[in-house]
Ligand binder design. Structure first.
Ligand SMILES: NC(=O)c1ccc[n+]([C@@H]2O[C@H](COP(=O)([O-])OP(=O)(O)OC[C@H]3O[C@@H](n4cnc5c(N)ncnc54)[C@H](O)[C@@H]3O)[C@@H](O)[C@H]2O)c1
Length: 245
């Protein structure tokens, strides 16, 4: 489980512990999670660093023997920039973490799942992979890469009994969402809190998504109940994606 120190990742990891997973490992670049969850083992890892990921996965496999479930959730939001003002460094950093992180984990854990002949992989993309907004082209492209990669990986892993799917969150109430609206405020001069309030009101269900909403979907996708879905792009937007609210 990556990006488990806060937000959706912490909610999903907490749910896996409650579901009875024998060991739950949270790989996150942030050394201290928002709160201590008994049963969640924190590991400080940069998912964009292939060597760090390989070493961490090897250590878990050596100790535990197998990895049954992988959730690739860690990502960073980009500072809001129009493409014409976007620095090279931003492109490199966002793609390295958001796409490279998913690739590094899927490659390392996928090898072990192939050998085991089973496994569940859930990646976390974004609705902006489908309907991007101005000022976040690189983030949106990194998430489109995650969606497409997930589908290709699902086809490659299907013969080995490994089920791979992705989740497409909409506006979820987390730190990343607050950072994103702060960036929009800087770009437009609008008050971020007013932007957040307006977004909340415009949502079809009258609320943003929560870590628990993400946990409900991830828990199902990681279970045997999701028995005939591979390469699926699962809407977690509360209708925001297709209603363009
Ligand atoms: N919050 C939203 O509205 C929203 C919408 C669409 C998609 N998403 C996606 O959902 C996922 C979770 O989002 P969130 O809102 O919980 O984000 P968040 O920013 O609150 O948490 C992301 C976590 O990833 C970790 N992380 C960042 N870079 C890392 C790195 N290099 N290596 C390891 N860990 C790293 C952070 O430390 C943090 O704990 C992300 O993939 C995000 O892009 C979120």
């Amino acid at each position: 489980m990556t990006g488990a120190a806060t937000g959706l990742g912490l909610g999903i990891a907490e749910r896996f512990v409650a579901d009875g997973c024998v060991e739950v490992h949270g790989l996150d670049i942030t050394p201290t999670p928002d709160r201590v969850v008994p049963g969640l083992q924190h590991r400080t890892v940069d998912v964009g660093d292939a060597q760090e990921v390989d070493d961490c996965v090897e250590a878990i496999l050596t100790a535990a023997g197998r990895i049954d479930i992988l959730v690739c959730n860690a990502a960073i939001m980009q500072d809001r920039h129009e493409v014409l003002q976007t620095p090279d460094e931003l492109v490199e950093r966002v793609l390295r973490v958001n796409f490279g992180g998913v690739f590094n984990l899927c490659r390392a854990v996928g090898r072990a799942m192939k050998d085991a002949g089973s496994g569940r992989v859930v990646t976390v993309s974004s609705q902006v992979a489908e309907t991007p907004w101005p000022g976040m082209a690189v983030y949106a492209a990194s998430k489109a890469a995650v969606t497409t990669f997930t589908r290709a990986f699902a086809l490659e892993m299907a013969p080995y009994g490994v089920y791979v799917n992705t989740i497409l969150p909409g506006t979820m109430d987390t730190n990343q969402m607050r950072d994103s609206f702060a960036g929009l405020g800087r770009m437009t001069g609008a008050d971020p809190e007013s932007l957040i309030a307006a977004k909340r009101t415009s949502m079809p269900l009258g609320r943003m998504g929560t870590p628990q909403d993400a946990a409900n979907l991830a828990s199902w996708l990681a279970s045997d109940q999701a028995s005939f879905s591979i390469g699926g792009v699962f809407d977690l937007t509360g209708g925001e994606l297709w209603s363009r609210s």
